[in-house]
Design a protein around this ligand. Sequence first.
Ligand code: HEC
Ligand code: HEC
Ligand code: HEC
Length: 151
Amino acid sequence: MGGAEKSSHYGALGADPGCKDCHVPQGLGNFHLALWTHIYDGSRAVLAEMMYDYSTIEKFNERRPIMAHYARMSLKNWDSVTCRDCHKNTKPPGASAKAAHQKMETEGATCIDCHQNLVHKKVPESDLNASLAQGMMVLKESNKKTEEEED
Ligand code: HEC
Ligand code: HEC
Ligand code: HEC
């Protein structure tokens, strides 16, 4: 996938993370989530398609922003459990990062609320709490600012 090799997710581990490490909850403890993913989550079908039929990539690019949003919403709904499987105890250096991570206790924030555009081609960031509340994709205010600055 475009740009994936630039993330520090690639090269830091002995073996690079596979698609499923982030996209499919694994293990007995996550059995209900894995099952849920299997039955309800369209992204699983998309994953299979992407891995075996590269001719779909062009068609897919048009749908990338909304698919990214769906992938984020899955992670939001799982409390980013696949991220937590690897990142068991995040203690980022710096006061502002510590304050941000504190929001996981105080505001029910989860990794994907803040860490978006992690390994794939960048698309506008989603405001996941607002999206949940409104039942539709709501983008972060910060996207608009960046676009204005670029003009
Ligand atoms: C297979 C294990 C694994 C999974 C799954 C995983 N990570 Fe990582 N992540 C790493 C490793 C290894 C690094 C690089 C070393 C480090 O910074 O700890 C890293 C780096 C990061 C970084 C810092 C550098 C960067 O690329 O921005 C962030 C933020 C991050 N991960 C968030 C996440 C989030 C959010 C998820 C879930 C969507 C996730 N990770 C899933 C292993 C993993
Ligand atoms: C409320 C926002 C917020 C949440 C929630 C959050 N983070 Fe962070 N995180 C930050 C900020 C801000 C930083 C510091 C700046 C940066 O590196 O992006 C940071 C830093 C990090 C780093 C170190 C990055 C580096 O370059 O060294 C990792 C790894 C990381 N977070 C992983 C996670 C994981 C995993 C979760 C969920 C368990 C999570 N974060 C939840 C905002 C958040
Ligand atoms: C380190 C975690 C991680 C790994 C590894 C990973 N993804 Fe993703 N993926 C995400 C996140 C997070 C999103 C949501 C978009 C965003 O903010 O990055 C996403 C979004 C997607 C999307 C929606 C469209 C898009 O481009 O955003 C597809 C399709 C996808 N991933 C497929 C894959 C495939 C195929 C692989 C293996 C080659 C893979 N992913 C590996 C974290 C990961």
